[in-house]
Design a protein around this ligand. Sequence first.
Ligand SMILES: CC(C)(COP(=O)(O)OP(=O)(O)OC[C@H]1O[C@@H](n2cnc3c(N)ncnc32)[C@H](O)[C@@H]1OP(=O)(O)O)[C@@H](O)C(=O)NCCC(=O)NCCS
Length: 312
Amino acid sequence: MDAAITITELSVDLLPEAVRLCERALDLPEDAEEAGDIVDALWPRAAADRPVLPLGAYRGDELVGVLLGSVSSADPGLGHVDLIAVLPEQRRQGVGRALLERAEQVLGGRGATELLLAGNPPYYAWPGIDVRYTPAVCAALALGYRQDRTAWNMTADLSYEESPALRSTEAAERRLAERGVTVRRAEPADLPALVAFARSTFGGAWDGELAQSVGRPDAGCHLAERDGELLGFAAYGACRPSWFGPMGTAPAAEGSGIGGVLLRRCLRDQQRESGVEAAQIGWVGPVPFYSGSAGARIERVFFLYRRTLDGK
Ligand SMILES: CC(C)(COP(=O)(O)OP(=O)(O)OC[C@H]1O[C@@H](n2cnc3c(N)ncnc32)[C@H](O)[C@@H]1OP(=O)(O)O)[C@@H](O)C(=O)NCCC(=O)NCCS
């Protein structure tokens, strides 16, 4: 008879084992390939900024499932499940349920009143459950979660030189220069001004992603300024080398072409420096902008779920 399942909190020395499990258990090849970056971002790197709950499910002494949970830094009443994965041959035997129930118990005990099956920026792998992870959608519904939002990523094709995503920015930059606007790569010394600009213009959600991008390997940021005043920025690589974002243009500068230049400068870096062939524009807002400026297409679609933990 199969050994019973036990759920324990994982110590960080088990990270390589958790990565190996995700390489096998994340059914979408693009996620399996990036399992190392995903687990690293959601666990040790995220733990520097917010409470993280890494759970393992064991059958005997074999690790058969992993759940990475966290608490929102913006609202301590919100718990998140950032990742859940069970080995294919161990599914439909209650492992996912046991992991989720433990996460509800522990995060509830730490003050969460709701649990979200949704990304917890700035460290997130996906905005929610990719609809192609259909067993996860079924499990969420079976375990009492309700869908509250839909989100999507767009893909910019960097695999061929003539791609609209790699179109030259030279002419547009010349036009901007005539109007006194300079576009350049951001340096670590720019970070405080970038964070202040992002906060005052768009609210406080992007501090972490900016800090994870500027001057880091396989990541970066470009900015536009006039007379020392920031007009916009675009960043990439914060969570994984293939991811683009966040970006923002000052409302007064919208429509000037700054956004398209910043976007394509980042995509060019991702292709040249990190060898990325398909950039993911995560948790997208303005579809027509990305479609028009870089020929990006909507590709990944996610359902976001939540469940109240009170009165269980
Ligand atoms: C989602 C996942 C973690 C579920 O793990 P699991 O151990 O199979 O889940 P459980 O056995 O506890 O299932 C709980 C309930 O969910 C529902 N469910 C799970 N898989 C299902 C499927 N393939 N079809 C229909 N319902 C399903 C069932 O109601 C099930 O209860 P039941 O077996 O008593 O009917 C697993 O399928 C997985 O690892 N998928 C790949 C990774 C993934 O999608 N992660 C989510 C994105 S991070």
